[in-house]
Design a protein. Structure first.
Lengths: 347, 281
């Protein structure tokens, strides 16, 4: 059982506040993704859990034991590094067995475990090779195998797929997810790639400027972003925003359209809608088409609504061209509202 | 200019220079060593090897190298590791540590002579502390151990930095991620040193050791300043053949023997510290 609890963790580098107020509980065997743009503190948080960095404040608990004062090796963790860190002077076998040798496990046990994970990661034919003789994808597999061989409670992964080409990344994504689900370990996975996050995670923690903005399931993060940052970060293309003015109780005026919205005393709210939740209709927002991008499965149309750039994902059979004016209606149950001051979601 | 020939044209001046001022004299020395005026002969080698001082100077040279090089290697590794951990002032420390490199070996010998000689610093200090009543001549035949120690100390002081600079550069090239990975997978600081630093440092270690061992077999001025005739070494004997005994053939033979030893040790070092086939470091 390896529940990870992060309590009030903060990290400062000199005057720079890298992390503040981090509170997060990761359930046993959960696949948690820390998602954010570079510099948001996600790697720092991972390194604090690993013990490669010490928190300025707060506590880290794994499996009911406080571990933030322990060296990495006593935390029950294993890690996969962004640049793999596969030792170039050791064979694949010795790389995978490195941690086991450090634990002074008997030879036959090392061989048994290395062989098992090597088969699992499909690198059993490469055991005698050196890292310099491997491709990027194979090195990646060695790095994962080395972590799995430790049979750890927790596997930490720092952008493990970011150095692979697109096709390989897609392949490894699915494989990694399968392997980790089999291994019954808790996983924390750092990435800036939202597709990776959405497709792999049980839960995503979206991080921004050293804080966790939202921690929820991928679909929840996508459908109900807790803050404007999340709405603008998740989804490709991201959500559209327009300013809404009050038009009576629970009624809001958005680009000439009266919509049902929250009962709020705010002077303005930000209306948000995903591009794929817009429909062509008789009545609606007037959108002047700026750019049309046929993407095969659908049509990505960038238009201007109320002086703001606005994207819509439409049926690819539609004959739309630059300069046309479309009438768009948002799907009512998919509309989200944000307070422009706090940037938090308003129900 | 044809791009195929350009590299050769560019290295031609250096090659020519080395052929003229290195290869040509070397051939002359070799010729001199293998002749006494009447065709090919091994007489020069027989003479120098059978001379009573040869085994002593050979033994002294090897002993000195065996005492000095490992200490220097350990010190240089320790110093390089420490410098590498420094965040600030690293350059200043490196400059201070490499000062002895800027001093000629004879000057270095004289500095240590000023410490150990009868009217030197060591005597005045020990006298000042009341440890001795009158000056002791440390560097005499009565104290062969002290003579050896003084020479070894001077050599360590003088030439550790040459290994240090090579090792500092080499350690700096090892990516930090390897250490982090080793730490996460349970390697103690000592294990990280022996399992990561040392193997990944092999190319630098090779260079540093080869350079230092060759220099150790050429040790001369420091020994001359501190030991004089009390501590004969191979290079000192070569000098004596050439300039005291005016026997150019014997000096050339000695020089070739030193060269052979140097080549031998270089091959051993390269072999011991070779990178396994396939591994890229």
């Amino acid at each position: 059982m390896a529940v990870i609890e992060i309590k009030n963790v903060a990290k400062r580098f000199g005057n720079y506040q890298a992390l503040s107020d981090i509170n997060l509980t990761i359930e046993d065997q959960e696949f948690m993704v820390l998602l954010g743009a570079s510099g948001c503190g996600k790697s720092t948080l991972l390194r604090i859990i690993a013990g490669l960095e010490t928190a300025s404040e707060g506590e880290v608990w794994i499996g009911g034991k406080r571990i933030d004062h322990l060296p990495p090796k006593d935390r029950g963790i294993a890690m996969v590094f962004q640049n793999y860190a596969v030792f170039p002077h050791l064979t694949v076998f010795e790389n995978i067995g490195f941690g086991l040798r450090m634990q002074k496990l008997p030879n036959d046990e090392v061989t048994r475990r290395v062989t098992r994970v090597a088969e699992l990661m499909h690198i059993d034919a490469l055991l005698k090779r050196y890292s310099g003789e491997l491709s990027g994808g194979q090195r990646q597999r060695v790095a994962v195998a080395r972590a799995l061989a430790m049979e750890p409670d927790v596997i930490l992964m720092d952008e493990p797929l970011s150095n692979l080409d697109a096709l390989l990344r897609m392949e490894m994504r699915a494989e990694l997810k399968g392997v980790l689900a089999e291994s019954n370990t808790t996983a924390i996975y750092v990435t800036h790639d939202q597709v990776e996050a959405m497709s792999m995670a049980d839960r995503i923690s979206v991080m921004h400027q050293g804080k966790i903005v939202q921690a929820a399931s991928p679909i929840e993060v996508y459908r109900n972003p807790a803050a404007e940052f999340v709405a603008g970060f998740i989804g490709n293309p991201p959500m559209n925003f327009l300013t809404a003015t009050p038009a009576g109780t629970g009624q809001w005026q958005v680009a000439g359209l009266a919509l049902d919205g929250p009962q709020s005393g705010a002077e303005t709210l930000n209306f948000a809608i995903r591009p794929e939740d817009l429909r062509l209709s008789e009545m609606g927002m007037q959108a002047k088409v700026k750019i049309v991008e046929p993407l095969g499965a659908h049509l990505l149309v960038t238009c201007e609504v109320d002086g703001t750039l606005f994207r819509a994902v439409l049926d690819s059979d539609l004959a739309v061209k630059r300069g046309d004016t479309l009438t768009l209606t948002p799907q009512p149950d998919r509309i989200r509202w944000f307070d422009p001051v706090s940037t938090r979601a308003v129900a | 200019m044809n791009a195929r020939f350009l590299p050769y044209v560019l290295i031609a001046p250096v090659t020519l220079f080395l052929c003229l001022f290195f290869l040509y004299p070397f051939v002359l020395v070799a010729k001199q060593a293998f002749s006494t005026g009447a065709g090919f002969t091994m007489d020069n080698f027989r003479d120098v090897v059978s001379y009573w001082k040869f085994p002593i100077s050979m033994k002294n040279t090897l002993l000195l190298a065996a005492a000095v090089v490992p200490v220097q290697l350990a010190l240089a590794l320790l110093m390089a590791t420490m410098v590498n951990k420094m965040k600030r002032g690293r350059d200043l420390v490196l400059y201070v540590w490499t000062i002895p490199l800027g001093i000629s070996d004879l000057a270095a010998g004289i500095i240590w002579l000023a410490i150990f000689e009868q009217s030197g610093f060591l005597n005045s200090m020990m006298h000042g502390l009341g440890l001795i009543d009158r000056p002791v001549n440390f560097l005499s035949y009565q104290h062969p151990g002290v003579v050896f120690l003084a020479i070894a100390l001077a050599e360590i002081w003088r030439a550790t930095a040459i290994m240090l600079v090579i090792l500092v550069a080499g350690i700096g090239l090892i990516p930090k991620e390897y250490y982090e990975a080793a730490e996460v997978f349970g390697a103690s600081p000592w294990k990280r040193f022996t399992r990561i630093t040392l193997p990944l440092l092999r190319p630098s270690l090779q260079t540093a050791l080869v350079l230092r061992v060759i220099l150790a077999f050429e040790v001369f001025a420091v020994v001359a300043a501190l030991g004089g005739t009390l501590f004969p070494v191979l290079m000192g004997e070569t000098y004596a053949y050439q300039f005291d005994l005016l026997n150019g053939g014997a000096a050339a033979a000695m020089a070739l023997i030193i060269l052979a030893i140097s080549i031998g040790f270089t091959l051993i070092i390269l072999r011991l510290l070779r990178v396994p086939k396939g591994a890229t470091i």
